[in-house]
Write a protein of this length. Structure first.
Length: 127
C-alpha cells in the first residue's frame, strides 16, 4: 500500500475554498486551497463549537469558522488570539497537480474526536 493517497487535483478545490474527504472512521477532513495554490488539511471541526471549517472563508493562511468567525491557522490548526484551541492538522503532498494525504493519518489521526451533535456537515465528500 502506498504511503500517500491521491485525493483530487488541486483545481478541484476552489481557490480560497475547501473540499471534504470522508474517512471510513472518524470525522471528515477539510482540504483547503489558498490564493497562491498552497494546500492544507485540517479536521473539519472548529475547536470552539465544532463548526464545519470546510464551509468557512479562506483568507491568507487562515480559515474563518462559519459559526462564530474564529480564525484557524491552516498550517497549524491553532486559533488566532484572543481565541484559544486547535484542530488537528493532516500532512498534504502536492505532486504533479494532484493532492495527496498521508494514508496512515487518514486511518488513525484524530479518531477520538466527536462530531458536533447539530449543524451542517460536509456536502461533497471526495476520496
Amino acid at each position: 500500500m502506498s504511503e500517500w493517497k491521491a485525493i483530487c487535483r488541486v483545481e478541484d478545490i476552489p481557490v480560497l475554498g475547501a473540499r471534504c474527504v470522508a474517512r471510513q472512521q472518524g470525522m471528515d477532513i477539510a482540504v483547503f486551497r489558498t490564493e497562491q495554490d498552497e494546500v492544507f488539511a485540517l479536521l473539519d471541526r472548529c475547536p470552539h463549537k465544532g463548526g464545519p471549517l470546510s464551509q468557512g472563508i479562506v483568507f491568507g493562511n487562515h480559515v474563518a469558522c462559519p459559526l462564530h468567525n474564529w480564525h484557524i491557522g491552516l498550517g497549524t490548526g491553532v486559533a488566532a488570539a484572543p481565541d484559544e484551541g486547535s484542530t488537528p492538522t493532516f500532512q498534504v503532498k502536492l505532486e504533479g497537480g494532484v493532492v495527496h494525504l498521508h494514508q496512515k493519518e487518514l486511518d488513525s489521526h484524530a479518531l477520538d474526536l466527536k462530531a458536533p451533535v447539530a449543524g451542517p456537515g460536509c456536502k461533497h465528500a471526495v476520496g
